[in-house]
Design a protein around this ligand. Structure first.
Ligand SMILES: *Cc1c(COP(=O)(O)O)cnc(C)c1O
Length: 371
């Protein structure tokens, strides 16, 4: 089955009790126990499992091409469960440019729990592998500098040293980047972004290539810590997923056109978008991404923070807000969002390119740049 078909059908079937074509929302927290004390219908208690969550997990596993998936109440909870499944003394390699919330988790929580974490430039990853390295965490394209990691090269190296690999695939989605097909063990998403796609659900997922012991530990964290999504959020997410492949086509097309426009604009210093030939890792992006390069881009405005913020507040169709992946375009002065320890350039704006008409988006950002 192709992705468009999976997005509509995977995990979805008419309700056996009523024939409802769209799945009912199962709000019940508890399920009937059989006379022989079993649970023949497969559900006991909603923290353990729930029909809507099961449907979502089945769908997401199918979309990424994995054996199983675990849904969480946020992307942060999903990543947290992966780190929590490791042991004290384990070493994690993470990118020097990554989602700042996860970087903070590693720094403020897991280092305190006696894990070792190094943030590295993946071009020099060989130098950082240690005998106790258990996990290599990738994020590509990365947030907010749109750095590209050569996934196959990292997988090759990790396999030699028996290290688990994971990719935060939030920016790309399975529609344009398929880490599990490249030999990666785990994919994580903030569902909050493109997967749900309508800026109205917080969620996360971990998808595994193989339903192995390590994934069993992540599942244990999911159930025992209980950071699970509500049945209603699972329902909304599944509703969003049905259009994911078509939304991604629009996001990619619009972002490419906007990146090209910004690149030749006299008020713009630099554009970060893997689809541009000027991107330092464009060749790798072409190899490991398909159908486009995603809907996220960053650019530096000539001048400093003041000039950049002035552009962000002068747009009409780009809402000044954090987050990404919804149908509406968002613009953000990233450095002030990340706080004083950020390495993000002060004149950088991050844009989540939405599904408005590209002519309106270009005209809008052009007038804001001249303000
Ligand atoms: C938003 C985001 C996260 C965190 O997800 P939440 O759903 O906000 O907890 C992790 N990684 C990336 C790349 C993100 O954009």
């Amino acid at each position: 089955m192709k992705l468009e078909t999976l997005a509509v059908h995977a995990g979805n079937h008419p309700d056996s009790a009523t024939g409802a074509v769209t799945s009912p929302i199962h709000l019940s927290t508890t399920f009937l126990r059989d006379d022989d004390l079993g649970y023949s219908k497969g559900f006991m208690y909603t923290r353990h499992n729930n029909p809507n969550r099961q449907q979502l997990e089945t769908c997401l596993a199918a979309l990424e091409g994995g054996e199983a998936a675990l849904a969480f109440g946020s992307g942060s909870a999903a990543a947290f469960a992966v780190f929590q499944a490791l042991q004290p003394g384990d070493h994690i390699i993470a990118p020097d440019d990554m989602y700042h919330g996860l970087r903070t988790q590693l720094r403020q929580i897991f280092v305190e729990l006696k894990m070792w974490v190094t943030f590295v430039d993946f071009n020099e990853i060989e130098d950082h592998i240690r005998p106790n390295t258990r996990l290599i965490w990738m994020e590509t394209p990365s947030n907010p500098l749109m750095k590209i990691t050569n996934i196959e090269r990292v997988v090759q190296l990790a396999k030699q040293h028996n290290i688990i690999t994971a990719v935060d695939n939030t920016f790309a989605t399975p529609c344009i980047q398929r880490p599990l097909d490249m030999g990666v063990d785990l994919v994580m998403h903030s569902i909050t972004k493109y997967i749900n796609g309508h800026s109205d659900v917080l969620g996360g997922v971990v998808i595994t290539k193989k339903n192995d012991d390590f994934f069993g530990r992540i599942k244990m964290v999911q159930i025992l810590a209980g950071g699970v999504p509500s049945p209603f959020d699972c329902y909304l997410t599944l509703r969003g997923i049905k259009t994911l492949p078509y939304r991604m086509k629009g996001h990619c097309e619009n972002a490419m056109a906007l990146a090209k426009f910004l690149e030749q604009h006299p008020k713009v210093e630099k554009v970060y978008y893997p689809g541009l030939a000027s991107h330092p890792d464009h060749e790798i992006a072409v190899k490991q991404m398909s159908n486009g390069f995603g809907g996220m881009l960053s650019f530096e405005v000539k001048g400093g923070a003041e000039e950049a913020v002035n552009v962000a507040i002068s747009t009409q169709f780009f809402t000044q807000a954090t987050s990404l992946g919804g149908v509406e375009s968002l613009i953000e002065h990233r450095a002030s969002q990340e706080g004083p320890d950020t390495k993000t350039p002060q004149n950088l704006l991050r844009v989540s390119v939405g599904l408005e008409h590209i002519d309106d988006l270009i005209a809008d950002i052009d007038q804001a740049l001249w303000k």
